[in-house]
Design a protein around this ligand. Sequence first.
Ligand code: GLA
Ligand code: ZN
Length: 676
Amino acid sequence: MENIFCHPGIAKIPYGGDYNPEQWPEEIWKEDMRLFKLAGIDCVTLNVFSWAALQPDEDTYCFDKLDQIMEMAQKNGLWVILATSTAAHPAWMARKYPEVLRTEFSGIRRKFGGRHNSCPNSKIFRKYSRRLAEKLAERYGHYENLIAWHVSNEYGGECYCENCERAFRAWLKEKYKTLEELNRAWNTSFWGHTFYDWEEIVAPNMQSEHFAEERTMFQGISLDYRRFSSDSMLANYRAEYEAIKAVTPDIPVTTNLMGFYKLLDYQKWAKYMDFISWDNYPDNETPAARIAMNHDLMRGLKNGQPFALMEQTPSVTNWLSYNALKRPGVMRLLSYQAVAHGADSVLFFQMRRTIGACEKYHGAVIDHAGHEHTRVFREIQALGEELKKLGSQTMGGRTPAKAAIIFDWDNWWALEYSAGPSCDLRYLDEVERYYTAFYEQNIPVDLISVEDSLDSYQLVVAPILYMVKTGYEQALYRYAEAGGTLVVTFFSGITEEHDLVVTGGYPGRLRELLGIWVEESDALPQGAQNGFTWRGKHYPAELLCDILHLEGARGEAVYEADFYAGSPALSCNSFGKGNAWYVATRSSQEFYHDLIRCISREIGLEEIWTPIAGVEICERCNETGRYLFFLNHTNEETEITMEDRGKCLLDGCWYDRGDKVLLPGKDVLLYFCEKR
Ligand code: GLA
Ligand code: ZN
C-alpha cells in the first residue's frame, strides 16, 4: 500500500517522535537505542531546534554532532524525519541583525528569546533559513532512512515590525493595484480614513486600528493583515521547501500544523505540503468529538489524503495550568483515534524528558527516572508491539465520507473581527455542533474548503457562512441544482471577500438558493431563549434569531415567542433536484442531532454502524476492504454487536454477524470486514 512517506521500505506505521540527543551526553545515546528497541520505536524526528549548534556564527557551519546522530539512527534501523531547525534563530543573529526579531501586537519590539521568534519578512532570516535547509538537504539527502523533511516547527504568531509594514504595503499593491480599489474594498470613506499614498498605510495593531486582539475598527485592513501574515510565513516555508526540493526532489516535505490554528490559513498552505502533519494536544477535558474534528480538518486539507500524527504527548503536557496525566489506556486510545481518522504515523513529543527550561515537566517516552520501569513506558511498549502486528494494513486507507462541512479561514477571521451582532458568535462553536451531530451518528464527514469540489457529497453543511466570496455562491447553487442537500445557518451570506455587506437583503447572494429573505437578526444575551417546535419536538432558540420571510422555501418551524413569534426558525427550499435548508437560529445539541438524522434518513445517507453511546466508530477503507475502529471513550465496558462478519486485526479472531464482543473502558477494537 502506498504511504505518505513515499518510501517502499515502510511496512508499518512509523512509531516514535521528537528526539533530542544533542541535549544529552553520548553515554545516554546508547541507552536510548536500547530503550527504543524495547519499545518498538522505529522513527525519530531529529534536529528540531539546533540552529545555534549548526551555525555558531554567520560564517561557520558545524554538522559534526548531527553527522554522528544521523549515523546512529541509521545503524539502529530508525527512520528519520529531519527538521530544518529554523523555528528559533540563534542569539548571535538577533544581536547582529535585530531585524530578525519580531514586534508584538502591542508594538513592543522583542529582544532575543523564546522560539518561533523570527520576523517572517526579514530578508536576513529568509536568507539564512533557506541556506540552512539547503545545506541539510545536501548533506543528509542521501540517507536511505530519511523519510521526510520537517520544515521549521509549528509556524505561528505574528509580527508588526517596520519590515512587515513595508511588505504589507507591497502585498496590498499587488492585490489591489490602485489606492482607489483599496479604499473601496476597505470602505475607508467611513471615519475619513481615505489613503492618498501607500506609505500612509500602517500595520493594524494596538497602536493603530485595534482596541483588542479581536476587535478592530476596520475589518478590511485587519482581515488583509491576517491574510498577509499567513502568506508571509508561508513564503518562508516555501523558500525552505524549494531549497530542499532542488536537492532531494523525491523526499516529501512537511511542517507540523496545529489543527484549528487561527492565524494561518492551512488550506492555502496545504498546496505546498507533500503531506499534512499535525500535533495533537487535547487535555483530558477535550471532548473526543473535538479531537476527531481536528483530525478531520487536517485530513481534509489534502482531499482526504492520510496525514502524519507528528506529535502527541505520551502522558502529560507542561503548558496547561493543571497538567493532568493521560489516564491508563488513553495514550493508546488517542493514538488509534488518530489512525482511525487518517493518520499513518504515531509520533510523540518527546523521546527523553529534558532536564532544564520550560519543558522539563513535559511527558516523554523516557522519563527523568531514565529507565523502562514506568507505567508510561510500558504502555508505549505495548502499543509498539501492536503496531508491529498491525503492519501496513490501515495505511493509505481513505475515509468514506459522503457528508461535508465547509470550513473557511477567511470566514473565521471576518466573522470574529466583526463588531456585532453578538460577541458570542464563534465560528468553531457552530462548526463543532454540526460536526458532533455527525460524529454521534457514525456518519463520516469531511471538513472541506471553499475551493474543494462538492460533487461527491450527499449532504453539505455550511455553518455560519458569513462571508461568501464572489463566485462561491455558484458552487452552492450548482450543488443543490444537481441534487445535493445543503444546510446553511443563521448569519450567512452577509458579506463578500472584503467583508463588505452585500446589499439587497440577507443572505445576499444565497437568497434565491435558500428561498428566503432575512430582514433582521436578534441577538439574545447569554441565558435568554426563544424556542420552536419541529416535527413534534420542542427546541430552544439561542444566541441569534434571524427574522425571515419565505420566498419560495417551505417553513419547517416557527419561533414561539417575542414580536417575531410565528415567523420561520427553520426552512427548506427545493432547488433544482436538491434542497437547501436554512437554520435561522442556534439551538441545542439535540436539535442538531435530530436535524442531521432526519435529513440523512431522507436522502439515504448511511451511518457506518449503529451508534453505541460513548464508543466512537470510524472507518478507513481501501481495495481490500473496510477497517473499522471502535474506540471506547468511556470508563465502562460496552457491548458491541457485530453487524458484519469480520476479523479482529490484533488477535485474528473472526466474528459473525450478530456475535457480541465486550469492549472494556478506554479500549479499542480494530476490525476488518470485506467490502459490502
Ligand atoms: C509543540 C512543539 C514541541 C513541544 C510541544 C510540547 O507541539 O512542536 O516542540 O514544545 O509542543 O507540548
Ligand atoms: Zn516583522
